[in-house]
Design a protein around this ligand. Structure first.
Ligand code: MEV
Length: 316
């Protein structure tokens, strides 16, 4: 039996732009997903995923290609891609365990895909570099979800804080500690719906949206230097600029705006939504965590304690 864990993520700069060939900056957080996996003697694949109410979901290897319920689709896609690429097969017992709620956009689908593929490579003794693990995980996720930049997969694999360009065209580790406070709006948002909404806008008004994404690219590029220097004042300003552009794109909400402005009034360096928007979480950059947390809570937000820049995928 092999057990593998991988972290969730938070985008600091460049969400949405990263779907369109621009960079983003993402940090891995200490809420981990884990997968335990072992071969079986028969041809059955049995999946347990208690956090999404899946108990002994069973099918045969031949049924891997069939459509499977959403709750197990990332695990089945990972297994199918692995068997096809490496020309192996076996019955399997797979169970997942999550330290974070799939309510938050911390990237549970990517983390579970990465864990499953890393565990398969261990069980079948197939050596994979991080980039090979990225490529097969990205394909497995795209098979299910059709859209996405892959930044969350890279974050689960590499950990730390990384500069990432669409599809893994660049994956560059940056320095680690970025002191963030996370406020959850209490509203679950669907990433694919938001990506498709932005796609609609892009089709209607290409020039305006491309211009927004070019500005977001500039922000992510500038932020690299300030992350390295840990220049929180400069980073905070860039976060505020990025948030303005996200509002222009139409992915911020009243609830996110409230939490962001409450944190800014409490004196944080900068604040913005993190992820696809439409609800979900905001992040605030500050060294005075308690003060910011109190202000966010007072404005109706739920604080999610996180550590950033944590280790990527690992065998437990
Ligand atoms: C979602 O957390 C971030 C997006 O940029 C989607 C993606 O990059 O796959 C909106």
């Amino acid at each position: 039996m092999i057990k593998v864990s991988a972290p969730g993520k938070l985008v600091i700069f460049g969400e949405h732009a990263v779907v369109y060939n621009r960079p983003c900056i993402v940090t891995a957080v200490n809420h981990r997903m884990s997968v335990s996996l072992d071969k079986r003697k028969d041809d059955k694949i049995v999946i347990n995923a208690p956090e999404v109410d899946v108990k002994n979901y069973t099918f045969t290897i031949n049924e891997l290609k069939k459509d499977h319920p959403r709750q197990v689709a990332f695990v089945t896609s990972a297994i199918r891609n692995f068997f096809e690429k490496y020309k192996v097969k076996s019955g399997l017992d797979v169970s997942t365990k999550s330290e974070f709620s799939s309510k938050f956009g911390f990237g549970s689908s990517s983390a579970v895909t990465v864990c499953t593929l890393k565990a398969l490579s261990e069980v079948f003794k197939i050596k994979m570099s991080n980039k090979e693990l990225f490529d097969i995980s990205y394909k497995a996720v795209l098979d299910v979800q059709k859209v996405g930049s892959g930044f969350d997969i890279a974050s689960s694999i590499y950990g730390g804080t990384i500069y990432f360009v669409t599809g893994g065209k660049a994956i560059k580790p940056l320095s680690k500690n970025i002191p963030l406070v996370i406020g959850y709006t209490g509203i679950k948002a669907d990433t694919v719906t938001l990506i498709n909404m932005v796609k609609g806008k892009m089709n209607e008004n290409k020039e305006e949206i491309e211009e927004i994404f070019d500005k977001m690219k500039e922000i992510s590029d500038k932020a690299v230097e300030f992350v390295e220097k840990e220049d929180l004042i400069a980073l905070g300003k860039l976060m505020n600029e990025n948030q303005k552009l996200l509002s222009k794109l139409g992915v911020s909400t009243k609830e996110l705006d409230n939490l962001i402005s409450a944190s800014l009034k409490a004196g944080v360096y900068g604040a913005k939504l993190s992820g696809a928007g439409g609800g979900d979480c905001m992040i605030a950059l500050t060294n005075q965590k308690e003060k910011a947390e109190k202000a966010i809570q007072k404005a109706g937000g739920i604080i999610i304690p996180v550590e950033t820049g944590v280790e990527g995928v690992r065998i437990e």
